[in-house]
Each structure stands twice: as structure tokens, then as C-alpha cells.
Design a protein around this ligand. Sequence first.
Ligand code: HEC
Ligand code: HEC
Length: 277
Amino acid sequence: MKRVLLLLATVAIAVPLLGLGVVFALSEARLRDFTRDTVFEQPVEMDAGTIERGRHIARTRGCLGCHGQQLEGKDFGDQWDWPERAVAPNLATYARDHDVATIEAAIRQGIGANGKALTSMPSFNFARMTDQDLLALIAFLKSAPVVEIELPQPKLGWAVRWAFTNGEERHMAEWVDAVPTLRVDAKAEPQRARGEYLAMTMCNECHGLDLRGLSIFPPPTPDLAMVAAIDREEFERLIKTGVGLGGRKLQLMSLVAPDRFPELTDEEVDDLHVFLS
Ligand code: HEC
Ligand code: HEC
């Protein structure tokens, strides 16, 4: 009798553990399942003009909003409800500790320095960033003063591991592959092409990979074709303040807009407006 109970107890403990082990192993394999397109190797120029351009990119693409206004890193805890704990690393130290190819893979390809696909970093928003803007951004990150804070270890959590195991969830290298290519011919229509580039590296984080409002994470966002109905002044007010049309109070947009977009130049606002409408 005792032996039977012992056997049952062993099975009761071993089977769930084995199950967790299998989910862990399969989700780890999934996070390593991608092909790395390129190994990016170009020299980073560290002159003042390039660094200032890089600062503008970091501001308008939300790096500062998520990684901290001094690039010090940020603990998102369980705010995004799917990873158990998302932690955006300190980018000033990261840029000093890693080579350009590794930094490029994280920003544009969704691949982390540990060789695994990222999960919360929105690399799909930066997949189409030009080499020139990327190099300026890296110059800014490398030259920014290092401010250190204590950051906890990130944690993926079992629910997400299970979603990767059963194929419900896509990792960042897969989302990057789903981003449409830029369509406007820059020679024929330079202004619309500039606007498309801006929208596809700033707005597709939340307004859908193709800006049609099918965001890959909540909350819901409108199709940006709606901009056709807004004039240039209204559009500028909306994206620089995050106050909705007719003075409506918005939610996520009211947080990101004043953090990222107030320093868009007149030309950038014109280009965006022309392209979106
Ligand atoms: C919506 C928030 C968000 C934005 C915007 C964002 N990041 Fe991240 N980033 C994260 C999180 C969270 C991580 C941690 C890795 C993960 O969970 O995917 C991360 C990880 C990284 C990493 C490290 C990858 C590794 O090797 O593990 C780099 C480099 C990075 N981000 C650069 C940037 C840059 C540059 C920008 C702006 C162009 C940016 N991030 C914008 C949230 C963000
Ligand atoms: C981090 C996410 C995020 C980014 C980045 C973002 N938006 Fe939004 N936007 C939202 C959300 C969410 C809404 C819906 C309202 C809300 O919940 O705040 C919204 C609403 C809007 C609206 C409708 C406003 C209204 O009055 O109904 C417009 C127009 C808009 N965004 C334009 C843009 C443009 C243009 C960009 C790029 C320059 C952009 N957004 C970038 C999240 C974002």
C-alpha cells in the first residue's frame, strides 16, 4: 500500500514537472527559430550633427519613452499583461557593450544579443529604418552619458511560453518579417515617399503593420486613412498634443504623442500629412 502511494505521489509530481520542462524546451526552440538576414557592419561616425540626428530619431521613435528619458532602462512589470515581467535595458550601457551588428539585429531584426528573438521590443516599427538613420541612432546611444539604475531580471512567464509552444504567439523576428515593404517610388514622388518612411517607422507600432488599424496588440487603433479627412493644422495639433479630434480625450495616444512627436519638424509633419491623406 505504502509503495503504491509513493509511486502515485512521484507520478503526481513528475508529470507536471515534465510537462513544464517540455513547454520550456519547445518555447526556447521557438525563440531560436528564425533566419538572420544580414550581419550589419558599417562604421559609426560620431560627429555632432550625426549624434543630434540620432537623438531626434530616438525621441520620435519612442526609444526614450520606453527605455527611459536618460536611456537608463525601465521596468514595465506586468503592465503589458502577456510577459510576466518586461524590462527595457539601459541603452547607453548596451550600446557600449555590444558591436554594431548586434545592436542592428536588436533594433531592425528583432533578435537579442543572447541569440533569441525578442518579445516586447517593437522592432517591427524600426524594420524599415534606413542605414543612415540607424547609424545616427547608434552614434547617439554610444555617446549618451551613462545613468545607471537598478533593474530586475525580465521574465517571460508560463502563459507566454505556452502560447509560443502552441503557435498562438509570434516572436519579434516573425513580426519583423510581416512588415510590408515601402511602396512609394522616391524618385517619382519624393514627398509621399518621405511621409511613408516616417509613418512606417513611427506609427505602425500601434496603427497596424500597414497603418490600417489592425494593431498587433491592444488597445484598438483607427485606420490612418482617416487622416484624409483632417486638415494640416488639425493633424499637427493632434499628433503633437495627443488631444483627439473635437477636443476628445484619448488614452494611449495622449501619452505617446506628447512624448514623441512635439519635435517633428514642419517638413516632417507636411510629409506625414501628405502621405497619410
Ligand atoms: C514599446 C516600448 C519600446 C520601444 C518603443 C523601444 N523599445 Fe527597445 N526594448 C523594449 C523592451 C521591453 C526590451 C526588452 C526585450 C524584450 O522584452 O523584447 C527592449 C530591448 C531592446 C534592446 C536590447 C535587445 C537585446 O539584446 O536583448 C535594444 C538594443 C533596444 N531595445 C533598442 C531600442 C531602440 C534603439 C529603440 C528606439 C528606436 C527602442 N528600443 C524602442 C521596449 C521598447
Ligand atoms: C504607442 C502607440 C501609438 C503610436 C506610436 C501612434 N498612435 Fe495614434 N493612436 C493610438 C491609439 C491607442 C489611438 C486610439 C485612441 C486612444 O486609445 O488613445 C490612436 C489614435 C490616433 C488617431 C485618431 C484620433 C482621434 O481623434 O480619434 C490618429 C489620427 C492617430 N492616432 C495618428 C497617429 C499618427 C499619425 C502616428 C504616427 C506619427 C501615431 N498615431 C502613432 C496609439 C498610437
